[in-house]
Design a protein around this ligand. Structure first.
Ligand SMILES: [Zn+2]
Ligand SMILES: [Zn+2]
Length: 245
């Protein structure tokens, strides 16, 4: 039986969901607080105000950031992210994605679900889809990461998850290692739409991905979803907070 002390001040047996170090446990604390002191110090929440489109922290207000000003209005996609893609977030994503640590999907997905609930509550009817991996990549890694996040978010928010996109080309080099121009070039024809054509416009769809860097992947997928009469918005676990790379 737990002591009155641990009921009030926490249970020292709780572990950080990322590095497995002991952490204080307080009943009901959100997933971003279920980290050890070291991870809490290293993770960086995205400051407000943010660009009203892509979620990049702005110093003054929620006006369009420089990146979004350069993007044609019809291509802009509203994106929200949980954390800044700093050294800590990169370690989380690397361990999850490249070392195949599937256990991280759940805390990452719960974190995203909580942000979606807070920011996209006004969307009364929406479905969830994701930026898919190529089938060869799924075979190599053992799971489709964004799909797994989408299903965790869907289950948490009671929202259906649909497979709408398919990745056609298999990249031997991860997007994160490419320059901006190489990235844009490599994305042409990468995805195709595989869902049904929607009868009426106005169906909101939430596009899930792990990292938002330049936003080019999200915009490319959103383009296909718009063609099928969806209204896409995006949620990514982490986003960079620097100028275009
Ligand atoms: Zn930790
Ligand atoms: Zn922006």
């Amino acid at each position: 039986m737990r002591s009155w002390w641990s009921k009030i001040f926490g249970d020292s047996s709780a572990l950080c969901w990322f590095c497995q170090s002991p952490r204080p446990k307080v009943i009901g604390n959100p997933i971003w607080e279920q980290l050890c002191a070291g991870c809490t110090e290293k993770r960086k929440m995205l400051a407000y105000p943010q660009c009203r489109v892509c979620g990049k922290p702005n110093s003054i207000d929620d006006s369009f950031c420089y990146d979004c000003q350069r993007t044609p209005e019809s291509d802009r996609v509203v994106n929200i992210s949980c954390v800044e893609y700093n050294h800590w977030a990169r370690l989380v994503v690397q361990q999850w994605k490249y070392r195949g640590d599937e256990r991280l999907s759940r805390p990452m997905g719960l974190w995203m679900a909580s942000l979606i609930k807070q920011r996209f509550l006004h969307m009364d009817r929406f479905m969830i889809t994701y930026v898919p991996c190529h089938r060869k990549r799924v075979y190599e890694r053992g799971f489709d990461q964004a799909k797994q996040l989408a299903h965790i978010i869907g289950a948490q928010l009671h929202v259906p998850v649909v497979d709408l996109l398919v990745r056609q080309s298999y990249q031997d080099q991860p997007q994160s290692k490419r320059s901006r121009d190489q990235r844009l070039q490599a994305l042409v024809g990468t995805f195709s739409y595989q869902g049904k054509q929607m009868d009426s416009s106005g169906q909101s769809v939430l596009l899930v991905d792990d990292v938002y860097t330049t936003g080019s992947t999200v915009r490319e997928c959103a383009k296909l979803l718009r063609k099928a009469n969806f209204q896409p918005v995006a949620c990514t676990f982490a986003r960079t907070n620097s100028e275009y790379v």
